[in-house]
Design a protein around this ligand. Sequence first.
Ligand code: 5RP
Length: 262
Amino acid sequence: MSKNLSPIDTAKFVAAKRACDYVESGMRVGLGTGSTAAWLVRCLGEMVQGDGLDIVGVPTSTRTAELARQVGIKITSLDEAKWLDVTIDGTDEFDGELNLIKGGGGALLQEKIVATASDRMIVIADKTKQVETLGAFPLPVEVVPFGWQTTKALIEETLSSLDVLGDTSSLRMNNDTPFITDEGNFIIDLHLGRIGNARQFGMVVNQIPGVVENGLFIDICDVVIIGHGDGRVEVKDINTGTTEQDVIDFVDTENLFSDLAD
Ligand code: 5RP
């Protein structure tokens, strides 16, 4: 039973819970960022504390590192771990080929580095994240603060030659000041509406001086686990081309609901 979780939180929770099946003792696990990934971290913490799961986590943000510590997961840096068995993270959008837009929480750079350094990336999401074509969610682009206005102008100029609908961008703010990433950079959100060729788009944008990385994850994700508000999950595996259905049992999850703050 799901205590008083909303349907959307139930969907996030069941996706996270199902993703735990991919984690075994001895693994080095990339820990994503965001509200869905926070459920994953809580579920893994429960397994560490209650079932003796022995893993080392590599967090993708300071927020996730803090939560992992709170729930008792051992953490280390990517440089220390070197290579990971699996990374589990949320997403802002995913399409039929399991390509993603990430970075709504501002952690795209570390998330991309960590996911790319993993044998397998598993994405956990509620159904609202599924799209036909990427681009309705504003595409985050991490840029260095130096000359950011010039970088922004160059990005906008480049948009006219690419297969996208929109051509505006905005500097992400945190109240009255620019949002600063964990790496000390800014984020420019691109309002594209639709990205016709995401692979090409990502490569072109990354060529612009001042751009550090963009939030398109192309050919990185292996599995998407889609949670539903009634406890059902769908598991889509791009490598096997299969989709499995499952239902998550809420028994023995009492402790997870005692602290619902993200
Ligand atoms: C953070 C991310 C998140 O995974 C993405 O924004 C999804 O977040 P949520 O699970 O809260 O919807 O990319 O940079």
